[in-house]
Write a protein that binds this ligand. Structure first.
Ligand SMILES: Nc1nc2c(ncn2[C@@H]2O[C@H](COP(=O)(O)OP(=O)(O)O)[C@@H](O)[C@H]2O)c(=O)[nH]1
Ligand SMILES: [Mg+2]
Length: 385
């Protein structure tokens, strides 16, 4: 190819690139494939702002309210001593919903925490799970109702994306109340069991207790939240995920107060005659891992599983019970991985099409230029670069 032809081609290519608003340029130069999809999902959420709803359940005094404050570094709840004691003891489980907007590095997170004071507080706790189940289902219903509206553009997702269940630090095994709650709720919500006040147990006791809890959960066929592993993730992410998953049930210590360590440094933690337990030190408890899972590594997955599996199942059961026959080709259960793969393939087809179009435009332009060149030569003009 002559120097002149090269020049023309160069000019054409940059012209086409510029004309395409950089879209093609990016697509052709960078690898756009499966590995990028989770990031793209994430980016969408960053733009819209995150909205995440966590429910916390467990007997009174296990540190639920304290954990919420610890988790989000803000005092969502007024301190206990500021609250006027009332004579009225609630006769049922209360459901309290609190919201806060947290901003970190320009990313907004609207966090809603649903507390359930009163759970397990009664002489007869047989139906303690019922108001909680009702609340979760009412949120599904509210979503379903929005889906059926004509204008679906402003959907509000108030579904519960994760349920942190507090297990008392007895060191024995699950109580009947725990088993009953988890059995009733595991098909409706992502269950994340945690060991409350784990600073009251020794390291060995925690290890054994965790194993017993997991054995119990297995024995009762309870499905706790299973974080998916993407084999295309980078090794670091896979290792980090594994480490988090291996800590479940997380051994939690909560504190909304700062205490002074021996070296004078102030840390969030609890002080004992024998030392300080630091909330934010992963060697002291699993609080950091729980927070990482909820806010950093698994928020999207928890939301997706809630929407694609838990909610979908609820919806189809509900419609069926109402006598609505579903067309399985339309309402098939969505497998998030299959969905992503499908999206990826569609994306590749689109890219291929754009590339082909570009090629043909390019070839056409080259042919035009070549024929013009020939004509110019024929006419005997000389070409000064
Ligand atoms: N030892 C210990 N005490 C805690 C922990 N978290 C909370 N507490 C204390 O337990 C009491 C009850 O806590 P609270 O958060 O009100 O429990 P809730 O009833 O489940 O909301 C308070 O005195 C807290 O200071 C913890 O991780 N370890
Ligand atoms: Mg409380």
């Amino acid at each position: 190819m002559s120097f002149l032809q090269n020049l023309i081609i160069d000019g054409l290519v940059s012209g086409i690139k510029a004309g395409m608003n950089g879209v093609i340029k990016k697509a052709l130069q960078g690898y756009v494939g499966f590995a990028n999809l989770p990031n793209q999902v994430h980016r969408k959420s960053v733009k819209k702002g995150f909205h995440f709803t966590v429910m916390i359940v467990g007997e009174s005094g296990l540190g639920k309210s304290t954990l919420v404050n610890t988790l989000f570094g803000t005092t969502l709840y007024p301190k206990k001593d500021n609250v006027e004691p009332t004579d009225e003891t609630p006769k049922t489980v209360e459901i309290q919903s609190l919201s806060a907007e947290i901003e970190e590095n320009g990313v907004k997170l609207r966090l809603t925490v649903v507390d359930t004071p009163g759970f397990g507080d009664f002489v007869n706790n047989e139906e303690s799970w019922k108001p909680i189940l009702d609340n979760i289902e009412a949120r599904f219903d509210a979503y379903l109702e929005q889906e059926n509206r004509v204008n679906r553009r402003k959907m509000v997702d108030n579904r519960v994306h994760a349920c942190i269940y507090f297990i008392a630090p007895t060191g024995h095994s699950l109580k009947p109340l725990d088993v009953e709650f988890m059995r009733r709720l595991h098909t409706k919500v992502n269950l994340i069991p945690v060991i409350a006040k784990s600073d009251t147990l020794t390291e060995d006791e925690i290890k054994q207790f965790k194993q017993r809890i997991l054995d119990d959960i297995k024995f009762h066929n309870i499905q706790i939240y299973q974080a998916p592993q993407y084999e295309y993730d980078d090794p670091e992410t896979i290792a980090e995920n594994k480490e988090i998953i291996n800590k479940i049930p997380f051994a939690i210590v909560g504190s909304d107060r700062e205490v002074e360590r021996d070296d004078g440094k102030k840390v969030r933690g609890r002080k004992y005659p024998w030392g300080v337990i630091e909330v934010d030190n992963p060697d002291h408890c699993d609080f950091v891992k729980l927070r990482q899972m909820l806010i950093r590594t698994h928020m999207e997955e928890l939301k997706e599983y809630t929407s694609d599996v838990l909610y979908e199942n609820y919806r189809s059961e509900k419609l069926e019970s109402m006598g609505v026959q579903q067309d399985p080709t339309v309402f098939k259960e969505v497998n998030p991985l299959a969905k992503m793969e499908e999206e990826r393939q569609l994306h590749e087809v689109k890219l291929q099409k754009m590339e082909n179009e570009m090629k043909s435009v390019f070839q056409q332009k080259v042919a035009e230029k070549e024929s013009k060149l020939k004509q110019t030569k024929k006419k005997g003009f000389s070409f000064n670069k």
